[in-house]
Design a protein around this ligand. Sequence first.
Ligand SMILES: Cc1cc2nc3c(=O)[nH]c(=O)nc-3n(C[C@H](O)[C@H](O)[C@H](O)COP(=O)(O)O)c2cc1C
Length: 203
Amino acid sequence: MKKILINFAHPARARSHINNALRAAVEDLEGITINDLYFRYPDFLIDVQREQALCEEHDILIFQHPFYWYSTPAILKEWFDLVLQHDWAFGHKGKALEGKIALQALTGGGDDSTYQPDGYNEFTIGELTSPFQATAKLCKMAWLPPFTVLGIHRGLPEGQVTTHAEDYRRALISLRDGTLNLGQVAGMPYLNSDLNSVIRRDG
Ligand SMILES: Cc1cc2nc3c(=O)[nH]c(=O)nc-3n(C[C@H](O)[C@H](O)[C@H](O)COP(=O)(O)O)c2cc1C
């Protein structure tokens, strides 16, 4: 069983609906650690040694956050800037993250049709999250397309929120237990584009 670290970043958890729902769906799972960055570092003073040790103790690193200005909430940028040190995460001697899996779990107000070349936002989620993909590659990690919940501005019916939360739980269990077809997922826009087809039957 692989160990999963969720670096959770929401600056206003009291007002969060979707990220709270996703988080609540996986919090009790064995092998999963939730590291709430805004809760732990309200002053942004990130304990680099603690964060690096957490990364080293886990096999899969998930960065869960709302999509803010086509990117992440600020503390995640700070986390990347400070924690991914030369000769630890990258560079000739930087092998601490080698072979681990990196995944973004993001929620966005715009729906999928707005994240198309001819859509309102013009760029795809894949294009907008490419710095994360490039970072994972530089750190010798295996990158997976993001788990996404989109179209929140439209007002997701509660049933759909529950379905997304259940899918998040299924996705994390299959990642943890090695029953997700990683090769097949890599060719999809989102990890949850078609979850049923990428989770093996024994998972
Ligand atoms: C500061 C800010 C910036 C945002 N930027 C985007 C954006 O670039 N694209 C998008 O689709 N939604 C954007 N949104 C909408 C949030 O992504 C959405 O409200 C959030 O994912 C809902 O999740 P929650 O219920 O956990 O807060 C933004 C919201 C805020 C507050």
